[in-house]
Design a binder for this molecule. Structure first.
Ligand code: 13P
Length: 248
């Protein structure tokens, strides 16, 4: 399967910072990785239009970090799928653990956001992952299965156009990466759940996220069920993100 490497800029950046980062990414000629890996970046909403315009023709796609379940209306502060499509946005991250925990997003809300993204031509990147306490209590599979099941139930048979990202919460921004074996085990579990739910899900890309860096990316991406990465901190440095994309 072709790899997918996505940078999640989270709440970082400024017009000047973004311009420099984009120049660095363009200079790294990530379009050249195109036969083996697709690359995308997810800046904050306010910069999406500008970043999409700056990346035109670079081969690097743009994604959002969230999307509303509503298509339009009186929903102050929300951003709708049609607005994102209108800007040329391709992906929408949904259910990132930071949104699940700081904005109390439920499994069902996340599933509804995935459905809304698909309805408006966006590819949802559905994040799942357990906390350290859940891992230590041997709940990893139960947690990711529950998070994934809401999406499977909500989308029904329509699983062919989603991306799933496994991001163990304890590995995000901590420098503690899941070992390639730990990540592979969860990815194989997710793959089995997806294919059991629908034959259309066999080719769903499964990304790993959590302290992916240039020095551990190749080992992670070499695992049979790891189809790419969702990159946080390292996506803010052009050289690091380019190195990770090349490792794919
Ligand atoms: P880090 O790569 O900074 O650990 O972040 C991972 C992440 O949350 C990407 O969505």
């Amino acid at each position: 399967m072709k790899k997918l490497v996505v940078g999640n800029w989270k709440m970082h950046g400024s017009r000047a910072f973004n311009a420099e980062l984009i120049n660095g990414l363009k200079a790294a000629d990530l379009g050249a990785t195109a036969p083996r890996a697709s690359v995308a970046v997810c800046p904050p909403f306010v910069y999406l239009g500008e970043v999409a315009a700056a990346l035109q023709g670079s081969g690097i796609a743009v994604g959002s970090q969230d999307v509303s379940v509503q298509a339009q209306g009186a929903y102050t502060g929300e951003v709708a799928g049609p607005m994102l499509s209108d800007l040329g946005v391709k992906y929408a991250i949904v259910g990132h653990s930071e949104r699940r925990s700081y904005h109390t997003e439920s499994d069902q809300l996340v599933a509804d956001k995935a459905k809304a993204a698909l309805a408006h031509g966006l590819t949802p990147i559905v994040c799942v992952g357990e906390t350290l306490a859940e891992r230590e209590a041997d709940q990893t599979e139960a947690v990711v299965a529950r998070q994934l099941q809401a999406v499977i139930d909500t989308l029904g048979g329509d699983l062919s156009r989603i991306v799933v990202a496994y991001e163990p919460v304890w590995a995000i921004g901590t420098g503690k990466t899941a070992s390639p074996e730990q990540a592979q085990a969860v990815h194989a579990f997710l793959r089995a759940r997806l294919t059991a739910a629908s034959a259309s899900a066999a080719s769903v890309p499964l990304l790993y996220g959590g302290s992916v860096k240039p020095d551990n990316a190749a080992q992670l991406f070499a695992q049979p069920d790891i189809d790419g990465g969702l990159i946080g901190g390292a996506a803010l440095k052009a050289a690091d993100f380019a190195a990770i994309a090349r490792a794919a």
